[in-house]
Design a protein around this ligand. Structure first.
Ligand code: DSN
Length: 428
């Protein structure tokens, strides 16, 4: 009666199996340049696809509402200890299912509906959960937004400070999803202290850089730090929330039972693996190469006449103002996709186009660096991006570049074992 448990996916559900294999092939044969994406290791994938998906473990290690949690406790404690080692925080909650839920947990721990929050405008590089009107953060709180200065396109800290003194927010949120420069967490933490606000740094994009000191850490300067684990940190699609010791109980109660029910133990196991990998010496080499690759790609794009928001990058991403080349982010994203170069359209500060059209594309190097690509490949790719965007309607050009992209990708294999298993299965 239990035979069905042992049948492989391709026998049980060929449609889903086909989609997974096609996605593996897409990843392997194209250039993934969405700044928030990466490729996890086989070890992380194995933990995610493990039997821990069966387990309910509401509560925390040693204090669960379900029996049979002894091994769930093991992986959750490992994830906690390793995250603390990486970031040097007092306390971490590794249960948030996502970055949005980590932020929701922090808000629930500190705020009441109607309180004022001060966050970075999404159109200037912030995030939906930092106060966008369509998000819970914009619906339940009174939102005041800060942004970048029109001349420098870098965060206008003086305006931020003035807004903080004027509106006396209960929480100041910093961190961004499309900001190519370092963030002065110390300065924002001090502004929050001066006005009596809680402070939250959402380091989802730069967590990998922070982990190895390539970006100054917010930990000593703010009350709460949240992150996703799947971007530069290169782990499973999920979140974490960290805080100073005095907020530990409130944060834990807010995440569970406040925001979530059962934790995803298989994902927590994968977070533990990701954190183990992040503690190895080669993780720093990897992150340094991510930054070097971004700098090289930015240089190449500038040499090809592109305008980059704020003039360049200090981190893993850049925002290219494609309007200066007479096109839109929407057109650029589609044209690059045809050439197997995946990016996303993105508004640029003070954008005249709506978000679904946008004047920019956001480009990042974390995934390609995981594949082993370095500055040499960034120069080549910069040239291809320039060619495609010089003729976004030229299908023949896109096809030719797609073939060149595939040849390059062939030299940097990805998930090769999975693909060969797929090929083998197709011939059976
Ligand atoms: N949607 C994510 C990004 O692409 O940056 C942020 O959550």
């Amino acid at each position: 009666m239990t035979d069905h448990l042992a049948r492989p996916l391709r026998k049980v559900d060929s449609e889903v199996a086909q989609a997974i294999n096609n996605e593996t092939l897409r990843l392997a044969s194209g250039l993934e340049m969405i700044a928030s994406e990466n490729y996890v290791s086989e070890a992380v994938l194995e933990a995610m696809g493990s039997v821990f998906t069966n387990k309910y473990a509401e509560g925390y290690p040693g204090r669960r509402y379900y029996g049979g949690c002894e091994f769930a406790d093991v992986v959750e404690r490992l994830a906690q200890e390793r995250a603390k080692n990486i970031f040097g925080c007092d306390h971490v909650n590794v249960q948030p299912h996502s970055g949005a839920q980590a932020n929701m947990g922090v808000f629930l721990a500190t705020l009441k509906p109607g309180d004022t929050i001060l966050g970075m405008d999404l159109s200037h590089g912030g995030h939906l959960t930092h106060g966008h009107p369509l998000n819970f953060s914009g619906k339940y709180f009174n939102v005041v937004s800060y942004g970048v200065h029109p001349d420098t396109e870098t965060i206008d800290y003086e305006a931020l400070e003035a807004l903080a003194h004027q509106h006396k927010p209960k929480m100041i949120i910093c961190g961004a999803s499309a900001y190519p420069r370092q963030i002065d967490f110390e300065r924002i933490g001090k502004i929050a202290t001066d006005v009596g606000a809680f402070s939250l740094a959402d380091i989802a994009h730069i967590a990998g850089l922070v982990a190895v000191d390539l970006h100054p850490s917010p930990i000593p300067h703010v009350d709460f730090v949240t992150s996703t684990t799947h971007k530069t940190l290169r782990g499973p699609r999920a979140g974490i929330a960290m805080c100073k010791e005095q907020f530990a109980k409130d944060l834990d109660r807010a995440v569970f039972p406040g925001v979530q029910g059962g934790p995803l133990v298989h994902i927590i196991a994968a977070k533990a693996v990701c954190f183990y990998e992040a503690l190895q010496p080669d993780f720093k080499t990897y992150q340094s190469q991510v930054v070097k690759n971004a700098a090289e790609l930015a240089k190449s794009l500038k040499e090809h006449g592109f305008r980059l928001v704020s003039g360049g990058t200090d981190n893993h991403l850049m925002l290219v103002d494609v309007s200066a080349k007479g096109t839109t982010g929407k057109v650029a994203e589609k044209a690059l996709e045809k050439a197997a170069i995946t990016v996303n359209k993105n508004t640029i500060p003070f954008d005249k186009n709506p978000p679904l059209v946008a004047s920019g594309v956001r480009i990042g190097t974390p995934a390609l660096t995981t594949r082993g690509m370095t500055e040499t490949e960034m120069q080549i790719i910069g040239g291809w991006i320039a060619e495609v965007l010089s003729a976004p309607e030229d299908e023949a050009l896109h096809k030719r570049i797609r073939q060149e992209v595939e040849l390059l990708c062939h030299r940097f294999p990805l998930y090769a074992t999975r693909l060969s298993q797929y090929e083998k299965a197709q011939t059976i």
